[in-house]
Design a protein around this ligand. Sequence first.
Ligand code: ZN
Length: 577
Amino acid sequence: MPLFLFRILPGVVLLLCFGIAPQRAVPAAPPERIIRGGSIVTVNPAQPTAAALAIADGKIIAVGDEADVLRLKGPNTEVSDLGGRTLVPGFVDGHSHFASAVDVQVQALCASPPAGPCASVADVVAQLQKLRARRTIAPGGFVIGFGYDPDLLAEKRGPTRQELDAAFPDNPVILVHVSGHGAMLNSRALARFNISAATPTPSGGVIGREPGGNEPSGLLFETAFLPIFSNLPGPTDDEFVELLGSGQDLYLRAGTTTAQEGATMKRQLDLMRVAADRGLLKLDVVALPFIAEIDTIFAGRPPRNEPEYRNRLRIGGVKLLADGSPQGRTAFFTRPYLTGGPSGQKEWRGEPTVPQAMLNHWFKQVYDGGATLFIHCNGDAAIDAVLEAHRFAAGDDPAKPRGTVGIHSQFIRRDQLEKFAAWKITPSFFTLHCFYFGDTHVTNRGPEQASFISPMRSARALGLRPANHTDFNVSPLDQLFTIHTAVNRVTRSGKTLGEAERVGPLEALEAITIDGARMYGEEKQKGSIEVGKLADLVVLSANPLTVPAGTIESIRVVETIKEGKTVWRRAAGDDRP
Ligand SMILES: [Zn+2]
């Protein structure tokens, strides 16, 4: 018998004699903190629930029976009482844009309820005017708004360039679309970026034109918008670092203990590094350098992941882009949109961001370098292109585990999902779309295709373990609402979108804990409440596994704990998500 079996045998015998024994690692010193007094949902199938846990050196050292865990208590152990509330693992962000936590403090929120206050074009203009006043933006200074959704405004359209010119004759205005993939610019902003009637529409992009002419309407999407997006005027370096410090509270109040910066520019990475090295980060941040910036970020060397966090920041892969957004009608499909293109195009299927040859080259560059590849893809034609690029770059071993992630993968077909399973490509789904854009997708794509959006249940049935995400600041950072939408799949108008794809609350919780951790290759340290893992934890006001499914959205994060330390606590009387 091998030696290791002798070592584990006593534990096995104990388990057989007394039922479930508490998980415990023998600590050198008493724990710093014990948490008890509520429900503990561990997301560990070997021990799904527990009554108490103990923490030392930022790690979980015991999980189990209250009496057993309390026996470890020393004179300096802090005992935290859950007061009947529920403890779950810290949330692991399947995809969002951490640096947006800076943007949202210096830009106007122009989203529609419940994500923002805008019900009409006038509301959008008012939000922009309020920002100009609040930040005392001088004539010539940029006024930037985000989150506007033309489909949800009373007029069923966004502000025109002329309306923005009238309200802001002296300021360039950029109003970023809710997808983050396009914007409406006023005349001053168009001029500042040298976009005129003479500017050709770039391949993979949209420049809206005035009827009957070549004059830009102000609407830009995809590759026409990317150069502006990459150079959005923003805060100074010092201001950025400071705002990152305060902005991370948005993530902490959502219970997120590992965040993603899901398309990192060189400057953002440099400034996040400054913030990290000053000790400002209270949660782990996985940065994914944007493909267009990897030559500068990796200084000409092959793109690589950083295996360890340094002061809570590490590079965890590279972000690529295959198409646009379905709600912006720039996602790339094999069949046309039922409603045409964003500037009235007929027989419009959307477009790939780059030609297939370029996508193949990108995949090869990232695979050869050994970094994890995260690719944004939404429409089924874009997903075909992703599979083709994977086949090209992976050579004769397409099934080798590379950790490749299809961010969104929203309109994946069943045959493509099977390919994802065979080739070990993990989808990071976006079930919030069922609520925020579900009705729009039914109009744009028809009920059958819309119902298979983010097919969480089918993916799991094929053995995939999809993550789930907010794509902040595309939608608010409400992690309980990601669980709610994965479980209920109800649209704004109250229809169920794809009943067969609903999952249970535990599966929905797994997607934003253990499956998110697995996506980053961090499942040995994070994602469940188990001995030896980091004490990244969230206290919830109620148990998402036991409340009626339709009320999961009303559960609030009460406290967020990173490596045993409380990093955010809800103030009395605060009932916002
Ligand atoms: Zn994104």
